[in-house]
Design a protein around this ligand. Sequence first.
Ligand SMILES: [Zn+2]
Length: 129
Amino acid sequence: MAISRHGKICSFCGTPGGPGTDLPLVGGLGAQVCSTCVDDFHALLHDENQLAGARGSSPWDTMSDADLLATLPRIIASAEQNAAFAQEWVGLLRGRAISWAEIGRALGVSRQAAWERFAKKSGDSSATA
Ligand SMILES: [Zn+2]
């Protein structure tokens, strides 16, 4: 199974990006970050005044209720994207014939628990491999 950034969103701002868009995404462990957020974070991390301000409070401390509500669907979309990435990753492992027992061991759960979590969604019914 090929893992692609196609159809993904930036995990930090929620903007769709990746292949087929003008917004490059990079990332790891399921999180994606767009070039705009990289530039913004880079500027923040290299400006002592901005960095000091960012250390003082969390962004949500000053957000309006409307902004907090508007952010919730973006948080859920990012979480669902990460869950889908984990599913794709397990598909990658299964494509390499990694057993459910090994996947379970990596997660600290039984083979059966790993299979129940991931195989049902992927349609991989080979519980014995
Ligand atoms: Zn972004």
